[in-house]
Design a protein around this ligand. Structure first.
Ligand code: CAA
Length: 263
């Protein structure tokens, strides 16, 4: 792979978009490599993914403007689909994905972070959907996910004005969960990912599914989705071990994390 680096540490995988000369902008090749990387994640071992950008300046500075500049209407739509397909794969990926936003997250960069389950960022991060200044709409899900994350009014304001916001404002409007000094961002993300990876993997996966799928339907249907996924956890090794541990009289054992099996 030329533009994607994939490393693992125990049950945590880290995907780094690595096209530093273009501030990690997403061209077709980056999107294709990201798609392949996701397909190759070993889900029997990896329980949480981190997505970040190479360097200390940019997470992802958007879709590649050079590549987009000469597209026809049909090609523009196809390029949008190419990005959307990969971002949707990320959003519905069976295990949690944390975006460690280490700088510019503009256009497609903001959009890819919003396809992740959790966003945390460095204090030099800048978020925005600058597309209307380029004569286009956000095209990798920005009109949909930003409105769902920060509410319609704020999303419309940010998208119509094309105004970039800094980390503190992104935190205030709920676009990111936490802001760290640059050098603390990856260690903090790794700690969060390792904490997630220690929990029962079937239960964590089912939580992701329940939240994602439940938010697409009305509350009556959403509750049924939750009931099925809740029920699905029973009789698993993890449920037996997790509850058995709690019921142990031995306090030491009670507080000890069980080595969950993913079974
Ligand atoms: N596409 C292609 N190349 C990009 C890029 C992008 N989105 N963003 C940055 N680059 C390239 C620059 O062209 C430059 O390359 P050269 O050195 O070869 O000239 C290199 O990265 C460094 O960029 P700058 O010199 O501009 O760096 P800067 O520090 O002065 O500015 C910046 C940084 C404010 C992020 C600026 O680069 C910028 O505004 N980038 C574009 C951001 C943007 O508009 N993103 C949205 C794209 S549209 C989109 O994403 C549509 C969609 O929804 C699918």
């Amino acid at each position: 792979m030329e533009f994607i680096k994939y490393e693992t540490d125990g049950a945590v995988g880290t995907i780094t978009i690595s096209r530093e000369k273009a501030l990690n902008a997403l061209n077709s090749q980056v999107l294709e490599e990201l798609d392949q990387t996701l397909d190759n994640v070993d889900l029997d071992v990896i329980r949480c993914l981190i997505l970040t950008g190479a360097g200390d300046k940019s997470f992802v500075a958007g879709a590649d403007i050079g590549e987009m500049s000469t597209l026809t209407k049909a090609e523009g739509e196809a390029f949008g689909k190419k990005g959307n397909d990969v971002f949707r794969k990320l959003e519905t990926f069976p295990i949690p994905v944390i975006a460690a936003v280490n700088g510019f997250a503009l256009g497609g960069g903001c959009e890819i972070s919003m396809s992740c389950d959790i966003r945390i960022c460095s204090d030099n991060a800048v978020f925005g959907q600058p597309e209307v200044g380029l004569g286009i709409t956000p095209g990798f899900g920005g009109t949909q996910r930003l409105a769902r994350l920060v509410g319609q009014g704020m999303a419309k304001q940010l998208i119509y004005t094309a105004r970039n916001i800094k980390a503190d404002e992104a935190y205030r409007i709920g676009l990111v969960n936490a802001v760290y000094p640059q050098e603390e961002l990856l260690p903090a993300t790794q700690k969060m990912a390792a904490g997630i990876a220690m929990n029962a993997p079937i239960a964590v996966r089912n939580c992701k599914k329940a939240i994602n799928e439940g938010l697409q339907v009305d509350m009556d249907q959403a509750i049924v989705i939750e009931e099925k996924l809740f029920g699905d956890c029973f009789e698993t090794e993890d449920q037996k071990a997790g509850m058995g541990n709690f019921l142990e009289k031995d306090k030491e054992k009670k507080l000890k994390h069980v080595p969950f099996q993913n079974k």
